[in-house]
Design a protein around this ligand. Structure first.
Ligand code: MG
Length: 377
């Protein structure tokens, strides 16, 4: 019996016929055959995202975030993407646009061949993770639009399984922290509190004086003594913290692992794990990882990291930079696969250039439109 006969005479044959294309569902090749061949075109422009409140983390405070907005066109289809560059991460509008000028998509024949295209983009130069993410996001948006399906459907995720987002309270005076928490407390189920300067306990007490919501806490590498860090984590657990992000500098691998071994709540890597190889290097050092598209080079690699992290038994969070609703909505399509989401980045801004995901009582609600579903305002 040859292979073909085997499939025809077994139960698998039945399964195969169930999976065969039908009139109601267009497979990519059929979709592509139905649209006239076109030349892919990448364009990009700088944009400054203005923040509602100056945003403080352990290393700095700022009131704007430089962004580069990208568009990839293929015939009548248009995919949108973005790069967000908080200054401490080393990329700038200038470096992103310089990188994007080297991306030539004009010879791509199949716009759905994301593995091939994105591997080639990644190989142009090392680093430039936000610049690469801006191509990745626009390509995923374009793919969904060509296929006529929202991204969560392309991946096979259940959109009802999106988690609540946390809302982030940046570092500030205890009085301002109290005021900010009061402002947002009714709308969100979890709050994220930035720590790592010298007034952590005071900040937490200020939060607790006005809210009893569970807390996601983030030291942003701000602690430098492992025993004291662990003591603070026990205090945080007593005060209702559900996790702690990046307690100590990423270079202090043994110290972070020491804390993870003893911590009463999950210890999540953020700065320590950017891309897939970091996940392998840092295996066992943290309980989990906070993935952000601007670190992972976009959705493609973030998706692979989710699968690998799960295989390692790790917890997962999807986070963001301060971004427009384009990048945030893109990341939101991955959230049915993770434990926590920190996707408030667009809510912190005054001039969001896109309309996309919404929050219903803090729960991430994905748009139904094809692709990412983020529309320019
Ligand atoms: Mg963090």
């Amino acid at each position: 019996m040859n292979r073909r006969d085997f499939f025809a005479t077994t139960a698998l044959g039945g399964a195969a016929s169930v999976l065969a294309p039908t009139a109601g569902f267009a497979f990519p090749s059929a979709v592509l055959n139905a649209i006239p061949p076109a030349r892919m075109k990448l364009s990009f422009k700088p944009f400054t995202l203005e923040l509602k409140h100056p945003f403080g983390v352990s290393v700095n405070t700022r009131s704007t975030t430089p962004i580069v907005l990208t568009t990839i066109e293929y015939g009548k289809f248009k995919g949108y993407g973005e790069a967000s560059m908080p200054p401490y991460l080393g990329e700038s509008q200038e470096s992103v646009m310089k990188f994007l000028a080297k991306v030539d998509l004009s010879k791509v024949e199949n716009p759905l061949e994301l593995e091939t295209i994105l591997s080639a983009v990644d190989a142009i130069e090392p680093g430039n993770t936000a610049a690469k993410a801006s191509v990745d996001i626009a390509l995923h948006d374009l793919m969904g639009k060509i296929m006529g399906q929202p991204l969560y459907n392309v991946w096979g995720f259940n959109k009802a399984k999106t988690p609540n987002t946390v809302f982030t309270i940046g570092i500030d005076t205890p009085e301002m922290v109290r005021k900010k928490v009061q402002e947002v407390d009714p709308q969100f189920k979890l709050l994220k509190i930035k720590l790592g300067r010298d007034n952590d306990r005071e900040i937490i007490e200020a939060v607790r004086s006005v809210s009893d919501k569970p807390l996601v806490t983030d030291a942003n590498q701000g602690w430098n003594n492992k025993e004291r860090a662990l003591e603070t984590i026990h205090f945080l657990k007593e005060k209702g913290a559900v996790l702690i992000e990046q307690p100590m500098p990423k270079e202090m691998v043994d110290e972070n692992a020491w804390i993870t071994e003893r911590s009463p709540i999950p210890v999540m890597a953020d700065e320590a794990i950017k891309r897939l190889p970091d996940l392998i290097k840092m295996k066992g050092v943290y309980h989990g990882v906070n993935l952000k598209l601007m670190k992972t080079t976009g959705l493609r690699e973030a998706h692979k990291m989710i699968i690998l992290a799960r295989a390692f038994g790790m917890k997962l969070m999807i986070g963001c930079m301060t971004e427009t609703s384009c990048g945030i909505t893109a990341a939101a399509h991955l959230t049915p696969m993770v434990d926590w989401a920190d996707l408030d980045g667009a809510l912190l801004s005054k001039n969001d250039a896109f309309k996309g995901l919404t929050f219903v009582d803090g729960k991430i609600t994905l748009p139904n439109a094809p692709g990412i579903g983020a529309v320019p305002r």
